[in-house]
Design a binder for this molecule. Structure first.
Ligand code: CP3
Length: 352
């Protein structure tokens, strides 16, 4: 990628990739976690006709949902409509996604035999529809936004596999992590292999950048992270270095920020628990940063949202390497107009 002339207007894809590689941008790029679906009436209409897995498994429908927030908000990143659970199918793990509940595993993974039965497959075999959707998405976008692939991180996938469904504490998962180190290692090894292959497959199929979702990482302390989680995360980022830009996502992980940065992603997504500049100082200037508006703040009147958006931009101070986002996913009850206004505001602040 060459140098960027900042008095020209960039397109969304270039803006995202420039920020991901710490180059100058015309305005700060912005997209929203869980933007494809959730609060959009057009998504709800699509879901009335088709269930979740049908949308995910049909590239034309998945791309239709992916493009909804691009059309409506003009965001710079298009996160593929998919779910972190999809690769489990290729691994031979049966699950369903229950509306309002989330993923439910038919037979949770608890024993050595359960782990041995997990198949490590290539994504062309396990999830060909995800790759087809990314190929289609790239051509549909034509540079208007970066196409973003993603995967669940091994720890967060393990939480679902072992506990079987969403939980506050994931007690069975943590019991295996602390009490059965050999099983934990075998499980994390397999999940790391599948996840790395899955992300490489997505990039080959056309994802411009990929995000690794470690959504439940906030349950882990610093010492445990170093021993039981970080080595696997590092293996994934090592495998993707030079292939495409990478983003690490987690929430509630103030205690881990430095260690997360050291696993080697290009950008680290941070939540609202630390101000953006404070989080950036902890991680060091070599990492880019994504974030960090509190999604519940979008329930407040616009002037409150406006002030919070300006505050984040001020704290970023036009340093290269910032992508504006929420600290976690959009809540279903969010007014889409608030999101449209944020994009307008962020795109209205030219970098000098
Ligand atoms: O931005 C997007 O909407 C892109 C697609 C996307 C989905 N899931 C679609 C989805 C993405 C990026 C995800 C990631 C995901 N899935 C994560 C990591 C992100 C995070 O929020 O921490 C996790 C933990 C999951 C697992 C999962 N899938 C949960 C917890 C749920 C239930 C959510 C809820 O409150 O209903 C799902 C289902 C799901 N995945 C929906 C969507 C649009 C809602 C299901 C529906 O339409 O019926």
């Amino acid at each position: 990628m060459g140098d960027v002339t900042i008095d020209e207007t960039m397109r969304g894809r270039d803006r995202m990739l420039a920020a991901a590689t710490h180059q100058a941008v015309d305005v700060t790029p912005v997209w929203f976690m869980r933007q494809a679906g959730r609060c959009l009436p057009e998504y709800r209409a699509l879901r009335k006709q088709h269930d979740f897995m049908t949308v995910a498994r049909t590239p034309e429908l998945a791309v239709e949902a992916t493009l909804m927030p691009i059309d409506r908000f003009g965001v710079d990143g298009a996160v593929l409509f998919a779910d972190i659970m999809l690769p489990l199918e290729g691994m031979g793990v049966e699950f369903e996604i229950r509306p309002g509940v989330g993923p439910v595993i038919a037979n949770p993974i608890r024993t050595r035999a359960d782990i041995d039965r997990i198949q490590v497959v290539d994504p062309e075999e396990g999830t060909p529809y995800v790759l087809d959707a990314l190929r289609l998405l790239r051509s549909e976008l034509g540079g208007s936004a970066a196409s973003l692939g993603f995967a669940g991180a091994p720890f967060t996938l393990a939480c679902y596999l072992v506990d079987g469904r969403s939980s506050r504490d994931y007690p069975r998962t943590k019991a295996m992590m602390y009490g059965e180190p050999e099983l934990w290692q075998a499980l994390m090894d397999k999940l790391t292999d599948v996840t790395l292959r899955y992300l490489v497959g997505q990039i080959t199929a056309g994802a411009d950048a990929v995000q690794l979702f470690d959504s439940w990482l906030g349950l882990v302390g610093a010492e445990t992270y170093a021993e039981k989680v970080a080595p696997y995360t590092r293996r994934i980022f090592d495998g993707l270095r030079g292939v495409a830009p990478t983003i690490h996502f987690s929430t509630g992980t103030v205690q881990l920020l430095q260690q997360i940065a050291a696993t080697g992603p290009d950008l680290v997504s941070v939540d609202w628990r630390l101000p953006l500049d404070a989080a950036w100082t902890v991680m060091g200037p070599e990492r880019g940063i994504q974030g960090n508006l509190d999604p519940t703040l979008l329930m407040a009147p616009w002037p409150v949202v406006e002030a919070a958006t300006f505050d984040i931009l001020d704290r970023a101070g036009q340093r290269p390497g910032h992508i504006f986002n929420l600290g976690h996913g959009i809540l279903p009850e969010t007014d889409p107009d608030q999101l449209a206004r944020i994009v307008e505001l962020v795109h209205g602040q030219r970098h000098g």
